[in-house]
Design a protein around this ligand. Structure first.
Ligand code: ADP
Ligand code: MG
Length: 227
């Protein structure tokens, strides 16, 4: 579903050049739950951005379901992200002036779906994460775990082929983290979705089907997880 071929990403800041990703080849197929771990600054977020069409490689290739991401325009990539890929971030990224249901519906509303349809689908997604009783609450009225559930529901609104999560439990306590990881681990089935989880949390790997370790922008190991 997602392929990187000898992908690199170089950032230039004035005279400083950072090789954040240095020649990564890997692919992720539907139904997999891939956990990506590595020290801070090792290139995890950059790698996730390449796989999720948030950014394109400096050299090498990134492919999403057979489509070469570099060959697409910014607006084509943004359409692909809105319709085929869900994202979950550490900081939840909910809009404070919108209710939980409106936050979940937002990707559909931005895509031009009628409000009544979008809200109905949003409430369905909130039900799937056990949060429909909170649908009319604003983010500041929700706990961290609840906000992250709203973000997961929002990531699922377009029934995406892949869900990419960057340190989704980074702001949560241990018990709440476990709930969120449990929820994420149920996403690949039954739709054969791919889930990619970037995390610092060593206990998170147990929820996935595969563990990729990255260091200094290169893959150090890539192994199935035995349950
Ligand atoms: N937009 C950027 N501009 C310049 N350097 C960046 C940028 N994003 C990341 N980097 C650098 O690239 C390296 C990898 O960063 P990142 O992918 O965020 O690592 P991680 O998510 O593993 O902490 C770091 O050295 C970081 O400082
Ligand atoms: Mg990061």
């Amino acid at each position: 579903m997602i392929e990187l071929h000898d992908a690199t990403k170089t950032y230039e800041q004035g005279r400083r050049v950072v090789n954040a990703v240095r020649g990564v080849t890997m692919s992720v197929t539907g139904g997999e739950f891939v956990t990506i771990m590595g020290p801070s600054g090792s290139g995890k977020s950059t790698l996730m951005h390449l796989m999720g069409a948030l950014d394109t490689p400096s050299t090498g290739r990134a492919i999403f379901q057979g489509q070469n991401l570099q060959a697409m325009s910014d607006s084509e990539r943004s359409l692909l992200r809105r319709t085929r890929i869900g994202f979950v971030f550490q900081a939840f990224n909910l809009l404070p002036t919108l209710t939980a249901a409106e936050n979940v519906a937002l990707p559909l509303l931005l895509g031009g779906t009628a409000r009544r349809l979008a809200m109905a689908r949003a409430i369905e997604c909130l039900q799937n994460v056990g949060l429909d009783p909170r649908k009319d609450h604003y983010p500041e009225e929700l706990s961290g775990g609840e906000m992250q559930r709203v973000a997961v529901a929002r990531a699922l609104i377009a029934d995406p082929d892949a869900v990419l999560c960057d340190e989704p439990t980074g702001n949560l306590d241990t018990a709440t983290s476990r709930d969120i990881l449990e929820l994420l681990s149920k996403l690949p089935a039954p739709n054969r979705r791919a889930v990619i989880l970037v995390t610092h949390d060593p206990s998170a790997a147990a929820y996935g089907t595969r563990l990729v370790k990255i260091r200094d922008g290169v893959i150090e190991s890539d192994e199935p997880v035995r349950r």
